[in-house]
Write a new protein. Structure first.
Length: 389
């Protein structure tokens, strides 16, 4: 048993407002600079939707994460053999159009334009080329089901539904969507770490935060392909890869990461988990149907004397063990069984589970059928209620 500690997060999806305050807080601190304008280390997506970058969940396109071949793990789109073949041309790497071309506006034109018969306008200008451009995409272009025919209907997660089932989802009286906040998952089995030819990416021993050594990075960008969540980015100005650092300077000062501190809905929980590192490869290579249960099983009880003894033998401080015993993440994941890892089939063993309200048996409650969509448009807003009886 090799007990290690991991700073982990839980996002309570039922409470997310979709306000993007977390994204702006992260943006203003870490990626408001040249070459990083298109990066959103934290972003909030509307589901169903294609996400950011477009169709990031479609690993037939991007070849991210791991796959189990004969019980052995291998990277889908990187690794020694595949990486060598694609090291100078990576066909599975997203391009800028899969994110969006960052832009600003020529606001001075509103002030300095001479008098004339026409209203002055602030034209959009590319932050990459500096030339005028037509805006075609943004970081949350499909927010709140905006552009539904082009985005929500192309969600890769809907591929297993029949056309009739997909169409039923978008009927007004049946339509539903939710918000999916995303940051780097700081995985227990990170594909980005394994894919880097330079060895620039590493997982900190004291807290499990995954970081990129900027002095070692040589811009091979294999990490961009390998990360199935597409949370590793390339800075075209510095020629280095960058990613979420979980605000480790704030954590080391006793403060919460900026995205969590600024969260309006208070959906984010952060805490310490103890896990058995000896089981990582075995768990990640498990059959797909067993991945979630085995992932949860490798998370250890912080009150177990054997776990505590192994943790201390590995140099884990008493304060860290106490933090694990008081961790809200452990309660969500292990005790209450409310939070599950996002896309366990990627086999990276995410440490940022998503939580939603656990269904409760209520045989006496049933939803009341609502009026047809044609009648909804003529009803006053005060009448739009979901009723249970």
């Amino acid at each position: 048993m090799d007990i290690r500690s991991q700073i982990s997060m839980v996002f309570h999806l039922d409470k997310c407002l979709g306000c993007h305050t977390c994204s702006i807080a992260c943006k203003n601190i870490w990626t408001d600079r040249k070459g990083a304008e298109y990066m959103y280390w934290n972003n909030v997506e509307t589901k169903p939707g294609t996400g950011f970058p477009t169709k990031w969940e479609d690993q037939d396109i991007y070849k991210g994460g791991w796959e189990s071949v004969g019980g052995a793990l291998q990277l889908k789109g990187a690794g020694k053999k595949k990486g060598l073949l694609n090291i100078f041309h990576n066909p599975h790497m997203p391009v800028i159009d899969d994110y969006f071309e960052p832009f600003t506006f020529k606001y001075l034109d509103l002030i300095e334009s001479p008098e004339g018969d026409c209203q002055p306008t602030a034209r959009p200008v590319s932050l990459i080329t500096g030339k005028p451009m037509d805006i075609k995409m943004g970081p949350n272009w499909d927010d709140d089901l905006g552009g539904t025919p082009d985005f929500a209907r192309k969600d890769p997660n809907l591929a297993n539904l029949t056309p009739a089932e997909q169409e039923a989802m978008f009927q007004l009286e049946k339509m539903a969507f939710f918000y999916l906040p995303r940051i780097c998952n700081h995985c227990l089995n990170p594909a980005c770490v394994a894919s880097c030819p330079s060895g620039a990416i590493y997982k900190r021993g004291e807290d499990g935060v995954v970081l990129i050594n900027q002095n070692v990075c040589r811009a091979w960008r294999m990490c961009v392909t390998a990360c199935p969540y597409k949370k590793s980015y390339y800075n075209w100005n510095t020629g280095k890869s960058e990613k979420c650092i979980l605000c480790y300077p704030r954590i080391e000062s006793g403060l919460a990461p900026a995205c969590m501190h600024s969260c309006v809905g208070r959906i984010r929980y952060i805490g310490v988990l103890l896990y058995d590192a000896d089981r990582i490869e075995q768990v990640a290579a498990a059959p797909e149907g067993d991945l979630v249960n085995r992932h949860l099983d490798m998370l250890c009880d912080p009150f177990d004397p054997a776990v505590i003894a192994s943790a201390k033998a590995n140099g884990i401080a008493d304060s860290t063990i106490a933090a694990a015993q008081n961790s809200p993440v452990y309660k969500f994941v292990k005790e209450w069984e409310l939070a599950l890892p996002l896309h366990p089939e990627y086999r990276t063993l995410s440490t940022a589970p998503q939580a939603a309200t656990k269904p409760r048996a209520a045989p006496t409650a049933r939803p009341t059928p609502g009026p047809p969509s044609a009648q909804l448009r003529s009803m006053p807003a005060a009448s739009w209620w979901w009723i249970s009886r």
